[in-house]
Design a protein around this ligand. Structure first.
Ligand SMILES: [Zn+2]
Length: 195
């Protein structure tokens, strides 16, 4: 019988089935004829007995309390609605650098105005014209749409236009604040630490 191993010898599942008296009749027949498997069953029973005699290492009743006594649970910290980056030396230097660059650019443009205009009249002018034509074509196309008249009458008066603009800005600010709340990690206690 040993030459057909491992197909016909008892597996670990068969051993479990044997201990719970649920072994199949086929394997029961094999057990009657196989010396190796009978030895295996005896050894396995010894292992089970040893495991049964081993002391239990279940945590004591105060275990969780002793652990939690050492855990420092911080108080929930309020999340500021607005916060600003810290004034580090590098950030201040970067801001001063950007501001100085902008001031220098404005000063240079004011002093060399004619030179700048000659540049703009040159190669940039062609690009500018192309952009203007595209923009005009886009506006013409937009005005030809059937829904355009409705929107134009809705936004007709300057007061209404201002109100819509203010509403849009308010919605945008609300969206930004909501997004900020969403991406800010919760400062509350970890819920499953006390479970
Ligand atoms: Zn066997």
């Amino acid at each position: 019988m040993t030459n057909t191993w491992p197909k016909n010898h008892l597996t670990a599942d068969d051993l479990d089935a044997f201990h719970s008296e649920a072994l199949s009749s086929e394997m029961r027949l094999h057990l009657e004829t196989c010396e190796d498997c009978r030895r295996l069953v005896v050894l396995d029973r010894q292992v089970l007995e040893m495991l049964g005699r081993a002391p239990s290492y279940a945590p004591s009743a105060e275990f969780a309390d002793r652990i939690m006594a050492r855990v420092q649970v911080g108080k929930p910290a309020p999340v500021p609605v607005l916060s600003f980056p810290r004034w580090t030396r590098r950030r201040i230097a970067a801001m001063v650098g950007v501001a100085a660059g902008m001031a220098a650019s404005v000063a240079w443009s004011a002093v060399n105005r004619q030179l700048l205009e000659s540049w703009l009249d040159g190669s940039t002018a062609a690009l500018w014209n192309t952009g203007a034509v595209l923009w005009q074509n886009g506006l013409t196309y937009l005005a030809a749409q059937p829904w355009f008249e409705g929107i134009r009458s809705l936004v007709g008066s300057p007061v209404r236009l201002g109100a819509i603009g203010a509403l849009t800005i308010a919605l945008y600010a609300t969206g930004l604040l909501t997004l900020r709340r969403l991406v800010t990690p919760s400062a509350g206690s970890v819920s499953n630490a006390g479970a």
